[in-house]
Design a protein around this ligand. Structure first.
Ligand SMILES: Cc1ncc(COP(=O)(O)O)c(C=O)c1O
Length: 366
């Protein structure tokens, strides 16, 4: 990216040579990312990231479709950039159904079919959940929608899945697929949306005719180049590497006792492990690990000064206490086995200490 900042700083929409050099690099990046997703370059729109891609997919399609009555189906464990977009659609008069998930975080394809209405225009279900890594049955949902007897567009938020599992938009049979570069070690501020040829998507921001009139605004060429490079570095070896790290981590953690894997019985991303540590505050564990230089997440949102338990875990039937005792660990391409062992040792020590302290502090009632 730093080379690109020096060599491809031109405006890709300018006709001079510096602009055209940037255009060439941008189109090469687009072709590379499209190939990775099994799409054609014209079907890939660069955006600023996953949030924008999800907004573009949902509003760009639904607002552009005719009809006084429109209905959208999504799931309650989607990322806020889908859920909040759907809430805004409701404000604009569109009916939205939020389907639930089972104890393993799985969306039931049959439930989506049962919720279909003659005015259903869009279904949006994520490929992999950002908190648990649970993989949704995307190809199965797409097949059910194809058999629905009416055209229903299918959007999939693939932000967490790219680089962790193979992604083929043809095999998944989706119409719209959101991606974000910073989830695969590229810089923040660049992402994209796959738009199947023929999908009636209209841009949601207005200005120049960039990105085939689907996304106005001067393109982020260095970001696109970095995104393409990050995609080229994703390979099957890194997927095996993730599985090894996660399995090493989970088997040692489970041996500690009173630990469960959230979504453990569902197909999951190979790099994500969301663990429930009974008798331990997730926030407490996060802080203790942070002091040791290890960054994990509780998946809880901090609103009005209070730490809310994760809505994703609550949707899976976990109690508020169980959700508050859960922590998400995710491994990166550059993590080594030795680092995972250091993490295991640190978690073991912190959990033992936190369990002791909380047991002492907890009042005992006869
Ligand atoms: C599943 C999912 N969708 C969308 C987003 C938003 O992506 P971005 O941060 O690129 O806006 C995220 C970010 O964490 C995510 O995990």
């Amino acid at each position: 990216m730093s080379t690109a900042l020096r060599e491809a700083f031109g405006n890709a929409s300018s006709t001079h040579q510096i602009g055209q050099a940037a255009r060439q690099r941008l189109e090469a990046a687009r072709a590379s990312i499209a190939r990775f997703l099994h799409a054609s370059p014209a079907e890939f729109v660069f955006t600023s990231g996953g949030t924008e891609s999800n907004n573009l997919a949902i509003f760009g399609l639904v607002r552009n479709l005719p009809g006084p009555k429109k209905h959208v189906i999504t799931s309650i464990t989607e990322h806020p950039s889908v859920l909040e977009a759907c809430r805004q659609l409701e404000y604009e008069g569109v009916a939205v159904t939020y389907v639930g998930v089972n104890a393993n975080g799985w969306v039931d394809c049959g439930e989506i079919v049962r919720q279909l209405r003659p005015e259903t225009v869009l279904v949006s279900v994520m490929h992999a959940n950002n908190e648990t890594g649970v993989l949704q049955p995307i190809a199965q949902i797409a097949e059910a929608l194809r058999g629905a007897g009416q055209k229903i567009y299918f959007h999939c938020d693939g932000v967490q899945a790219v680089g962790k599992v193979p992604v083929d938009v043809e095999a998944l049979s989706v119409d719209l697929y959101s991606v974000s570069a910073h989830k695969i070690s590229a810089p923040k501020g660049i992402g994209g949306l796959y738009v199947r040829k023929g999908t009636p998507l209209r841009g949601i921001q207005f200005g120049g005719r960039h990105e085939r009139e689907r996304r106005a605004g001067t393109e982020n060429v260095p970001g696109a180049i970095a995104f393409a490079r990050a995609v080229e570095l994703c390979d099957r070896n890194s997927i095996t590497h993730f599985v090894n790290l996660r399995d090493q981590f989970e088997s040692e953690m489970l041996a500690l006792g009173e630990i469960e894997i959230n979504g453990g019985a569902a197909p999951r991303l190979p790099n994500t492990s969301n663990l429930l540590f009974r008798g331990v505050s997730g926030e407490g564990l996060l802080i203790a690990l942070d002091m040791k230089g290890m960054a994990v997440s509780t998946g809880s949102a901090c609103s009005s000064g209070s730490v809310e338990p994760s809505p994703v875990l609550l949707a899976m039937g976990r109690s508020r206490d169980e959700a508050r005792s859960s922590v998400r660990f995710s491994f990166g391409r550059d993590n080594s086995r030795a680092e995972v062992q250091a993490l295991i040792d640190a978690v073991r020590e912190c959990v033992t200490r936190l369990r002791k302290t909380s047991r002492v502090e907890r009042p005992v009632y006869a």
